[in-house]
Design a binder for this molecule. Structure first.
Ligand code: SDX
Length: 376
């Protein structure tokens, strides 16, 4: 049998591509988008500016930003046939399944946007613009409210909240969501982005690549963790029960959602920023219950397992305080990460190489073929 190099299960630490989009320094806990530190972008930029940065490799001028905002507003509306199709889907469905189905169906109405290659920038802008509308079309039907209007005056963050809430978002809520969208926009070769790049590397189209990514993000070890963090907080109930509940889970070798990371060996810088927003939004509501519970859970998990929080630990508390239903947390993650997925697909098209690793075969060899009549 041919010798194969040692198996890197989960492709851990395998360098599978070069990229200019995102750099993660897991030891220092730094996250860089196209040369800019995430702390600067989260504090001083907007999701629309970061979209321009990840697609074009530079922050926009005022004119370029105005043009991109207008483009997003134009591209928010769904084909009526797709809106009608979404309205036939079961309201009990998992919203990530709705998102995956709708993006996959959208391609049927827009073949020109899905052409593989640099022209896919049109499809990339379309998908970033329209994901909130898809979520709004589905969620508003669940709560018996009319389908969302394009609302061109709203930023992407405010528009997303308008689609998911039964009221206009406040300034603070829109800014909190804008920061969350910036923080979740990209994260190098995370599982869902890697799915998108594998799909694009076969020269399949952008909408197929994003459909692959949505299915991947749905998993609780990836995008689904922030929903489960809120379930944990509901289970704990009060700060004085945190130690007992968390230690019992750890004793049963259960994973505490929102902690640990394949790349960060210290605190995820996004968790640092979201912890602050959880406190700010909690204070604005006069409700620091989630924030205080999470701080206590952090203390116990760090003491018992030496683990640090990741991006999913505090995001759910911000979304919950704003009034977003828990089953829409991962779709909100997708509404941001679709930017990173599309940026990586465009990068893959520019420097295409079919992604095809090998496996170490550990099965039997040279078995004699036994006709069915002689098998037992
Ligand atoms: C995201 O890749 C990305 O960049 C993802 C992401 C992005 O922006 O795209 O950052 C978004 O997915 C964040 C992660 C969200 N998922 C969770 O919070 C789920 C809980 N976390 C774990 O499942 C885990 O930490 C992972 C999946 C995130 C990373 O797992 P690894 O790198 O495969 O680590 P591992 O499973 O090998 O664990 C190493 C040790 C083990 O202990 P031992 O069994 O060796 O004693 O750490 C323990 C694990 O049991 N451990 C945990 C734990 N995470 C790791 N123990 C308890 N709770 C945890 N959360």
């Amino acid at each position: 049998m041919p010798a194969t190099p040692e198996v890197q299960t989960g492709l851990e630490d395998v360098v599978a591509a070069t990229t200019r989009i995102c750099f993660i320094d897991g030891k220092q806990g730094r996250l860089i988008y196209e040369g800019y530190d995430i702390r600067d972008l989260a504090a001083r930029s907007t999701f629309e500016e970061v979209a321009h940065l990840l697609w074009y490799g530079r922050l926009p001028t005022s004119a370029q930003l105005a043009e991109l905002k207008a483009r997003f507003a134009e591209l928010r509306t769904l084909p009526s046939a797709l809106a009608e199709r979404i309205d036939t889907l079961p309201i009990s469905a998992n919203p990530m399944d709705i998102l995956r189905t709708a993006v996959s169906s959208l391609a049927l109405f827009e073949p020109e946007e899905t052409r593989p290659g640099p022209s896919s920038i049109g499809g990339a802008q379309r998908l970033v613009a329209v994901l909130p509308t898809i979520l709004g079309q589905f969620h508003r039907r669940r709560v018996r409210r009319p389908a969302p209007e394009p609302r061109p005056e709203l930023s992407q963050a405010a528009y997303l909240l308008y689609c998911l809430l039964d009221r206009e978002p406040t300034e603070l809520e829109s800014r909190a969501m804008d920061v969350a969208l910036v923080l979740h926009a990209d994260h190098e070769l995370n599982a869902s982005t890697f799915s998108a790049r594998v799909t694009a590397s076969t020269l399949s189209d952008l909408y197929s690549a994003v459909t692959s990514a949505i299915g991947t993000l749905k998993g609780p070890l990836h995008g689904g963790a922030n929903e489960r963090v809120m379930e944990l907080l509901d289970e704990i109930g009060s700060v004085d029960r945190a130690e007992e509940v968390v230690k019992a889970k750890l004793a049963r070798h259960e994973r505490i959602m929102g902690f640990g990371h394949r790349v960060y060996k210290v605190e995820d810088p996004r968790a640092t920023i979201l912890r602050e927003w959880s406190r700010k939004v909690g204070e604005s509501r006069g409700n620091l219950r989630y924030y205080e519970l999470l701080r206590r859970v952090e203390e116990v998990v760090h003491r018992e397992k030496g683990l640090y929080p990741n991006v999913d630990l505090y995001s759910g508390s911000v979304y919950s305080l704003i009034g977003i239903p828990h089953d829409l947390f991962t779709p909100v993650f997708a509404a941001s990460r679709v930017l990173g997925w599309t940026a990586h697909v465009l990068e893959e098209y520019r420097d295409l190489r079919l992604i095809r690793p090998v496996a170490k075969y550990v099965g039997a060899l040279d078995l004699p073929y036994v006709p069915i009549g002689e098998r037992h």
